[in-house]
Design a protein around this ligand. Structure first.
Ligand code: NAD
Ligand code: DAU
Length: 334
């Protein structure tokens, strides 16, 4: 479909910023970012981009009047805005229900009113978790079984999107992606937290025994998949996005320690996350076969090394929020 101007919600966050950068680099589209600039945002993630093709509107996706006005101006909406961190959802679930459920509802009503294309960015966590020794992966047919307030709120938003497609004919697609890594990720998240701890001479922190498995994909590969779905995805379809990157948390920590030339066993075991999902794994075959998407970061260790370098070279990007993030973890006992 011909898209000239898109509204990217949450464009000052991790996935949103990587997506905006990808779109501006690969297409001629105009981009309007709508972002509330919560603690998780960093407008510096959008610096250096062509100002004539990108503008940032600071506002809330729950603001019906603003959302209505902005949706009317664009051809399509790519919805990345969310409260995204599981640990925080255990302390303050309200913000997650408000932004992830009510915010998605507000956007859906606006795209319904103006008949705009909508792509909803979601997570593999809506499917719950898998056993460590199970060869099975999530597919688009896996039953929803979310574990945390975060994943339950994302599951709720996915259901709203499907209902708006079926009941009102909204032209929407959904993608459920596995764990992302790369540049511009907040230091509260696993990989950047450990890299920046090591820069500060603090041992990495591993929840529980570190046996939990995540399926890692580079954020630039996620962004490319999102754009492909926006352009060529089938209305009403759900696409799973993943790059066959299963690794235990312990393996990742060992790789990061080695990248810093440290003893790979020099980490600290901390209190586990309540309800901690054991394993995620995504089968992205339909995305690869039907839409011809392939990840560019085939080698996880190369992508990780590049990410380590990015945090080493961009301290001014993350330093202002590091102390407050670690204080929050100290209060949570992690
Ligand atoms: P993030 O926390 O880095 O960024 C979220 C952005 O949304 C921030 O810029 C924040 O200011 C903005 N925001 C929050 N509430 C808002 C509101 N009410 N109105 C407007 N803006 C608001 O999150 P992320 O990692 O970039 O995740 C983005 C989306 O991608 C989420 O929907 C998440 O479920 C999904 N996702 C993330 C990953 C991952 O590994 N990070 C994987 C799969 C799916
Ligand atoms: O699967 C997709 C999801 O991935 C996204 O929907 C979420 O928005 C995103 O935050 C991420 O969720 P996780 O909970 O898997 O990510 P997080 O970075 O918080 O943790 C990754 C794993 O590392 C998890 O098993 C918990 C563990 N962990 C995390 C931190 C912060 C540690 O062992 N130590 C830590 O210090």
């Amino acid at each position: 479909m011909d898209v000239q101007h898109i509204l990217v919600t949450g464009g000052a966050g991790f996935i949103g910023a990587n997506f905006v950068r990808h779109v501006l680099g690969q297409t001629d589209m105009l981009v309007t970012v709508l972002d509330k600039l919560t603690y998780a945002a960093n407008p510096a993630s959008l610096t250096g981009l062509p100002s004539g093709r990108m503008r940032l509107i600071v506002g809330d996706i729950c603001d019906e009047v603003l959302v209505n006005e902005l949706v009317a101006e664009v051809d399509a909406v790519v919805h990345c805005a969310a409260e995204s961190h599981n640990d925080n959802s255990l302390d303050n679930p309200y913000d997650f229900v408000r932004t992830n459920v009510v915010g998605t509802f507000t956007l859906l009503e606006a795209v319904r009113r103006h008949d705009r294309r909508f792509h909803h960015v979601s997570t593999d966590e809506v499917y719950g978790d898998l056993a460590l020794d199970d060869p099975i992966k999530f597919t688009e047919y896996t039953a929803y079984c979310p574990s945390s307030p975060y994943s339950a709120s994302k599951a709720g938003s996915d259901h709203l999107v499907r209902a708006w497609v079926r009941s009102f004919g909204v032209r929407a697609t959904v993608s459920n992606c596995s764990n992302n890594y790369g540049a511009y990720q907040h230091v509260e998240k696993f990989i950047p937290r450990q890299i920046t701890n090591l820069i500060d001479g603090v041992p990495p922190k591993l929840y529980g025994e570190g046996l939990n498995v995540r399926d890692w994909i580079h954020a630039e590969d996620h962004a490319a998949a999102m754009l492909r779905i926006l352009r060529n995805g089938k209305i009403g379809r759900t696409y799973l996005i993943g790059a066959d990157g299963e690794r235990s948390n312990r393996e990742i920590i060992e790789m990061i320690l080695l990248a810093f030339g440290r003893d790979p066993q020099n980490f600290e075991l901390v209190t586990d996350r309540p309800g901690h999902d054991l394993r995620y794994a995504v089968d992205a075959t339909p995305l690869r076969q039907e839409l011809g998407w392939t990840p560019q970061y085939g080698d996880f260790s190369e992508g990780l090394a590049k990410t380590v370098r990015w945090y080493q070279e961009n301290e001014e990007w993350w330093r202002p929020v590091k102390h407050a993030t670690e204080e929050r973890y100290t209060r949570q006992g992690r």
